[in-house]
Write a protein that binds this ligand. Structure first.
Ligand SMILES: [Zn+2]
Length: 441
């Protein structure tokens, strides 16, 4: 099976390399802003934007003649091209969203990017991209040390089961990462190693993940010491930051520490989820999860932080592709399936169950059980009842128990124009948002 997969490694650049990484990120930002300004100008005059290709050609002409752009050659030419491609995609997605053709959260018009207020990121779409041992090699930047071993990808590159398509370099807090997008030839077994095995998985706020299998074994993820410690530190730093004077050096330092801690929490969580989902997909043929209306849940402000932190959608995506790689499948329960409100013992249903009730107590049969475990059992049993509505391998679609049409919403994956309001280029005073409001009403 051919799959497109990402391999992400933390980098350990030398000070000189770090300056080059910053320079490339700046170049990508400049190209984006330059392209966006050009698109807005053309839209004012002709009512349409430049495509990514056109921008690239325009840039190649201008960069040689304009002495103010003489610095462009300090960075890989790829970076500019990829920034134009990103902008092109952002504009297309914006139009699709306007026409209602796009799922997920509302998408605004691309914005100008501002240093320090947007993510440092750039991409190489061609050139020499390699990895071996504790190094990666990128166009222009050369060989950079990695913080972790690259052997998993290096081995695949060696034996020819993987091909690198592109490399994206990003910075999170103090650390730089490279993420290779890779075409991988995976050996997928025709059948799962343990046919007939099933596990129900409840994704929760208190516990990241609760699974119950056919034998009643409970798997819980989310209580690790590392995560608890990081969260405690996050709380301390979160209080320390606003106590510093705005604009002071200490505030900048506090912000840096806070960002670093956030990154650590995210990394610990992602690591725990990766390990747990890999284990589940390897051990169970069928993994049953709940269909969560993540966008809807995010609209509920009290839930929002907890939910987005836990990364429900991420966990589910992991389970889906990992189940596929192991010859298993993921089954998604209908969104209206009352996994939490149903008693896993007698099947009785509670009319309501508030989120604060962490223990499920059945009024009919007296069953007392952890809320998450009860939900996981109900999900597990759903696979046997055959009432599922969708599986990862494109199986039968069946109507849900409540007979509602299976609608599904997932948060948008493309994030466009994170921050920045002021137009940085071409002396434009207007913001892109104001511009587009005038165009589209
Ligand atoms: Zn009961």
């Amino acid at each position: 099976m051919q799959v497109t997969q990402a391999y992400r490694f933390a980098l350990d650049p030398t000070p000189r390399q770090e300056r080059e990484l910053h320079s490339h990120a700046g170049a990508a930002r400049f190209a984006w802003n330059w392209g966006l300004a050009a698109c807005l100008d053309r839209h004012d005059a002709e009512g349409k934007w430049w495509t990514g290709m056109e921008l690239h050609r325009l840039w190649n002409r201008v960069k040689k003649t304009d002495p103010a752009l003489g610095w462009w050659a300090e960075n890989s030419k790829c970076v500019y091209q990829e920034a134009f491609r990103d902008l092109d995609r952002a504009l297309r997605e914006f139009v699709r969203a306007r026409k209602g053709l796009r799922k997920g959260r509302r998408l605004g018009f691309p914005r100008f990017k501002k240093r320090g207020r947007c993510r440092d990121s750039f991409r190489f779409g061609s050139g020499v991209m390699r990895c071996s041992g504790l190094t990666v090699t990128l166009p222009r930047l050369g060989t950079i040390a990695t913080h972790e071993s690259t052997r998993k990808l290096a081995r695949r590159l060696e034996n020819g089961t993987a091909r690198i398509l592109s490399a994206t370099v990003t910075r999170t807090a103090h650390r730089w990462f490279v993420s290779f997008t890779v075409h991988v030839d995976r050996d997928v077994p025709a059948r799962h190693a343990r046919p007939g095995s099933v596990v129900g998985v409840d994704l929760g706020v208190k516990t990241l993940l609760t699974g119950v299998d056919g034998l009643g074994t409970v798997i819980e993820v989310g209580g690790q010491k590392a995560l608890r410690a990081a969260l405690r530190r996050l709380q301390q730093l979160g209080k320390a930051h606003p106590r510093t004077r705005p604009g002071s050096a200490n505030r900048a330092k506090a912000a840096g520490r806070l960002a670093q801690c956030h990154a650590r929490v995210a990394a610990v969580r992602a690591d725990a989820l990766h390990k747990a989902t890999s284990g589940l997909a390897a051990r169970y043929e069928t993994v049953v999860v709940e269909d969560l209306n993540v966008t809807g849940m995010l609209a509920n402000r009290r839930l929002a932080r907890a939910v987005s932190d836990q990364g429900f959608a991420t966990a589910r995506r992991m389970l889906e592709y990992k189940a596929g790689w192991n010859g298993g499948r993921m089954v998604v329960a209908d969104r209206w399936f009352p996994s939490s409100k149903t008693c896993s013992g007698c099947g009785g249903r509670k009319p309501s169950l508030s989120l604060s009730e962490r223990t499920f107590r059945c009024g009919a049969c007296g069953l007392t059980l952890s809320r998450d475990v009860n939900a996981a059992i109900n999900l597990r049993d759903l696979a046997a009842s055959g009432a599922e509505r969708r599986n990862a391998c494109g199986g039968d679609v069946r109507p849900g128990p409540a007979g509602r049409p299976p609608t599904k919403q997932e948060p948008g994956t493309a994030r466009v124009g994170k921050t920045g309001t002021a137009a940085a280029q071409a002396g434009a005073v207007r913001t892109a948002d104001a511009h587009i409001r005038s165009q589209f009403g």
